[in-house]
Design a protein around this ligand. Structure first.
Ligand code: NAP
Length: 328
């Protein structure tokens, strides 16, 4: 059973509807309840199996079997499904939304979500898209935990003209869950996340795919000797296939832009290796080591090695800070 509602100040929203109870949806449910950020939680998921599991875990006050039923009467609706499914969910819930309700999401891409969801939403509801930059390579309602958002960023990308009070309430909600909130233009969000999250995932998927193919065709011992950098890539490459397929399909331009730059830089490194240009390699590796140090200094990572064995699975979108980075 999940912890009881915290004795908190007045809830920020009365009724929270969570649509899609996977890693992110279930973490929001756990954190919102632990912090007393809402009074009531109603949840739904696509499959009866997940809905049953949400009941067993006691993640919501009410579990309903349709997205429309979840949205009816809610003050805050958070759509926590893969990016490619958000438009259809918005169309489904639109007729049931009450006037003044706030609709949000957690998608890892923002321009496409606004493109797909906004046209369906009635004028009298407030749309405040959000992206909590926190996660792990795990999926499903069992994978979530209340501390996931602690000291992580949550980026809000409200379209121009969004009601400032609605944005402020969503900010307070995420802050109550432990996140640091930043407001950003959606296109800027997509470019930034393309290089910090999306391209790194693509590199991981690619290198693990290449190694697996190599093992197959050359009988080399890639998996057995995976203790090097490869093992860290396999963790990232274990991330949810549906989620990541949708990220690449829906952030195409920004990812292609960043991949173009990446390929140019890779070509320069390839040349340095071929020409025996140690200075170029050494200078880059020194600069990148400095970047790692600065990330640790701003509290977005710990210096301890964890070898991918953190208690809740390691983060894919952002690291888990102390004290949550419990190694084994
Ligand atoms: P997840 O654990 O796989 O959960 C996804 C949930 O969405 C499940 O409840 C699933 O229902 C439901 N769902 C899947 N396809 C659907 C569809 N076509 N229509 C309606 N519902 C559907 O995924 P997650 O990691 O929580 O990710 C959810 C969202 O958060 C994604 O948009 C992702 O981009 C974003 N996000 C993820 C991370 C991360 O690191 N994982 C971080 C930040 C943001 P069933 O269980 O019944 O199939």
């Amino acid at each position: 059973m999940e912890p009881a509602v915290a004795e908190a100040a007045k809830p920020i929203f009365e009724r929270l509807a969570i649509i899609g109870v996977g890693l992110i949806g279930s973490s929001i449910a756990r954190a919102a309840r632990a912090q007393g950020a809402v009074r009531t939680i109603v949840a739904t998921a696509r499959s009866p199996e997940t809905r049953r599991r949400v009941v067993e875990l006691g993640l919501a006050d009410q579990v309903v079997d349709s997205n429309a039923a979840a949205a009816a009467g809610a003050d805050l609706v958070i759509v926590c499904v893969p990016v490619g499914a958000c438009g259809a969910v918005a169309a489904e819930i639109a007729p049931k939304l009450k006037a003044g309700a706030v609709v949000s999401d957690v998608g890892s891409v923002k321009s496409a979500i606004i493109r797909d969801m906004a046209p369906h939403l009635p004028k009298q509801v407030h749309f405040v898209p959000a992206h909590p930059v926190a996660g792990t390579e795990q999926s499903g309602p069992d994978a979530g935990f209340a501390e996931l958002f602690q000291n992580r960023w949550c980026i809000l990308t409200p379209p121009p003209g969004t009601d400032a009070r609605a944005v402020e309430k969503v900010r307070r909600f995420w802050e109550a869950l432990g996140a640091n909130v930043e407001i950003m233009d959606p296109a800027h969000h997509d470019l930034t996340l393309a290089i910090t999250s999306h391209v790194p995932h693509l590199i991981a998927y690619n290198i693990v795919g290449t190694a697996a193919h190599l093992e197959q065709v050359t009988s080399s011992e890639v998996i057995k000797f995976s203790a090097g950098g490869f093992r860290d890539f396999t963790r990232i490459a274990a991330s949810d296939p549906t989620m990541w397929r949708d990220v690449f399909l829906n952030n195409r331009e920004a990812v292609l832009e960043m991949l173009g730059r990446f390929n140019e830089d890779l070509a320069a490194l390839t040349r340095a290796i071929r020409m025996g240009d140690g200075k170029t390699l050494f200078d880059l590796f020194t600069r990148t080591r400095g970047i790692r140090r600065s990330i640790i200094e701003i509290g977005q990572e710990t210096a301890e090695p964890d070898f991918g064995r953190r208690a809740h699975g390691a983060e894919t979108e952002a690291p888990i800070p102390k004290p949550y980075a419990s190694g084994d």
